[in-house]
Design a protein around this ligand. Structure first.
Ligand SMILES: Nc1ncnc2c1ncn2[C@@H]1O[C@H](COP(=O)(O)OP(=O)(O)OP(=O)(O)O)[C@@H](O)[C@H]1O
Length: 291
């Protein structure tokens, strides 16, 4: 039996024994003809960093000196489990996987790993649940879905950034001003709710405006095109990030709002709570179901 088939069969056996909710594969490992006992198999996209690792390592005439190999395996192993964590968190947001165990099979250039991942221990899902103590879970989930869509499709093919400041809206409005006329002013709540999918296209349209969205804990948008008048000094965020991220982190320090940002340059989704970055997601293509 070939190596690929042994790995696929082993992953299927572990999944059945652990009664896993799904198998998630990063790579091209085939599950054709493998009996999974009804457990669905998803293919997840490769994280951008592993593509870079791959290019860097193959650049050196394809051979890695032995002393570098250990480091590479360690790097790959931690990258692989991060990739699986993100893919599983995305499936959670999309409502496809709520809880239980995911068995991941991650293939890189030189190695294959089988990872047993518990959704209950997923740090990204835990962070999302933490936000749900302040804002309705459906609201958090709707804003994440809109953000995924903005990252994946942009607007007419163009990349886009955006920020949603959710909850404690009275305090957020006090600490901000309009950059342009508020497009949501005077509209009925039906047209301002993030929970109604029919409003998502117009949200994407207004995400092109400078400034942020102010959304209350029930998902009603109070403003778009809003500038946050916050003091960005002493905000501890990743180097290289600019005004959007600084102001989002600062408003989450000054109020009990949760800030969700999408960076225009890198298509990265971040969530700030109490001035801390609690979620950072890089790779956002949803998994493709195979069986
Ligand atoms: N204080 C603020 N309040 C609201 N929006 C802001 C604020 N500062 C910046 N922005 C918005 O963020 C956009 C991008 O600004 P900037 O490039 O400085 O941020 P960034 O954090 O580097 O974000 P990106 O990674 O998306 O470029 C601005 O065009 C503006 O719409």
């Amino acid at each position: 039996m070939d190596r690929a088939r042994i790995i696929a069969e082993t992953a299927a056996r572990i999944s059945k024994e652990l009664d896993a909710a799904a198998i998630m594969v990063s790579g091209e490992l085939s599950f054709e003809g493998i009996e999974t006992g009804g457990i669905p198999v998803y293919y997840i996209s490769m994280r951008p960093k592993s593509i870079i690792d791959h290019l860097v390592s193959t650049g050196k005439d394809g051979k890695a000196p032995l002393k570098e190999l250990g480091d590479q395996i360690n790097r790959e192993a931690s990258g692989n489990s991060e990739n699986l964590q993100q893919a599983a968190a995305i499936e959670y947001v999309l409502g496809n996987q709520e809880s239980g165990i995911i068995v991941g099979v991650v293939e890189t250039r030189g190695s294959s790993s089988i990872i047993v991942h518990s959704l209950d221990e997923n740090p990204l899902i835990k962070a999302m649940k933490e936000c749900q103590e302040r804002i309705k879970s459906e609201v958090m989930s709707a804003i994440m879905k809109i953000s995924f869509d903005i990252i994946l499709t942009g607007r007419e093919g163009k990349k886009m950034g955006a920020a949603f400041i959710i909850g404690d809206s009275e305090e957020v409005l006090k600490r901000s001003h309009q950059l342009i006329l508020n497009p949501y002013a005077g509209h009925d709540e039906t047209y301002r709710s993030v929970l109604d999918k029919r409003n998502w296209e117009s949200i994407k349209e207004f995400a092109q405006l400078d400034g942020v969205f102010v959304v209350d804990e029930n998902g009603i948008i109070h403003a778009a095109g809003r500038y946050l008048d916050v003091d960005g000094k002493n905000v501890d965020i990743e180097k290289g990030l600019g005004g959007r991220h600084v102001s989002a982190a600062a408003i989450s320090r000054d109020t009990v709002a949760i800030a969700v940002t999408i960076s225009e340059s890198g298509g990265v989704l971040r969530v700030y709570k109490d001035a801390k970055e609690i979620i950072c997601m890089e790779c956002l293509k949803p998994a493709v179901r195979y069986i």
